[in-house]
Design a protein around this ligand. Structure first.
Ligand SMILES: [Fe+2]
Ligand SMILES: [Fe+2]
Length: 281
């Protein structure tokens, strides 16, 4: 029997509301009157997060000459937009820490997601897109629908994994046969309920079929290409046995020269390790 995607997302929301600190933070930075002190108050509500923010401000990522010992100094060093990305990433990774390890290796799952996020941000920067952090967030969350399936429908998740091996098929295709929908749709629905920006929602919803996106094709295409690059280079694992099928229309929509891939991979190798350090600790 096929499941109902909306009902699964509603069930997930009962136990997985977007952490209050991440919601407050993203709302606060939209307001031009928000001060660093206001942001410090929000971050300080979560002591583990506050410690992480200080650790990141003191990391090689910022290479600041003296020790950063207050949250408000850290906010100045890191910047509001990047800090918002950090708060959201760390809150969501912490939220899904209890997914059963027998069906998926969470360390490898997040490593795959971090690699897609980092590649997406680099591709967006190469296109001189505004607000490149939103591509990082979309990349980090692109496969979150898989985690929802593992939590809400573990028997179906095992069935999907087994059929992928038997049929030598990609997960999103088998999910449609077994569940009636795929992880991309489920993830997109959850992010919509969390009220994340429309660009992030559609990038996740259409990352396996960017050319049918009802809106802007660039966001879903960036995530689609980033997913293929990181699968091909084997950064982490999202449980997939094969590299997703390349969508030529998606690549063309980015209007990037193929020569750019070498420098993109070089930057990925450097930025990936830093991102893994700050998100996974
Ligand atoms: Fe996916
Ligand atoms: Fe993926």
């Amino acid at each position: 029997m096929a499941l109902d995607a909306e009902r699964i997302v509603t069930n997930v929301l009962k136990v997985a509301a977007l952490p209050a600190v991440a919601m407050k933070f993203s709302e606060a930075i939209k307001d031009p009157l928000t001060s660093n002190q206001d942001l410090e108050n929000i971050v300080s509500e979560d002591s583990a997060l506050a410690a992480k923010v200080l650790m990141i401000a003191n990391s090689a990522l910022f290479n600041f000459p003296s020790k950063i010992d207050t949250i408000s100094k850290a906010i100045t060093i890191i910047g509001h937009k990047q800090l918002s990305e950090i708060v959201l990433s760390c809150s969501i990774v912490a939220m899904f820490k209890d997914v059963p390890q027998d069906v998926i290796n969470m360390e490898l799952f997040w490593r795959h997601s971090i690699a897609v996020a980092t590649t997406a941000r680099i591709l967006a920067a190469s296109r001189r897109e505004q607000n490149i952090e939103k591509y990082f967030t979309a990349g980090l969350l692109h496969d979150i629908g898989k985690l929802i399936i593992f939590i809400e429908a573990p028997k179906y998740a095992v069935e999907v994994i087994n059929q992928c091996v038997e049929k030598k098929e990609l997960m999103h295709k088998v999910e449609k046969e077994v569940l009636g929908f795929d992880h991309a749709k489920l993830g997109g629905l959850l992010l919509k309920k969390w009220k994340l920006p429309e660009g992030i929602v559609s990038s996740v919803y259409y990352h396996h079929m960017p050319s049918v996106s009802s809106g802007d094709i660039v966001g879903p295409s960036i995530i689609h290409i980033a997913d293929i690059i990181t699968h091909a280079l084997q950064f982490g694992s999202s449980g997939e046995n094969f590299v997703p099928i390349f969508n030529e229309k998606a690549w063309k929509s980015l209007d990037l020269d193929i020569e750019i891939l070498g420098p993109v991979i070089e930057q990925l190798n450097v930025q990936y390790n830093e991102a893994v350090k700050y998100i996974l600790g």
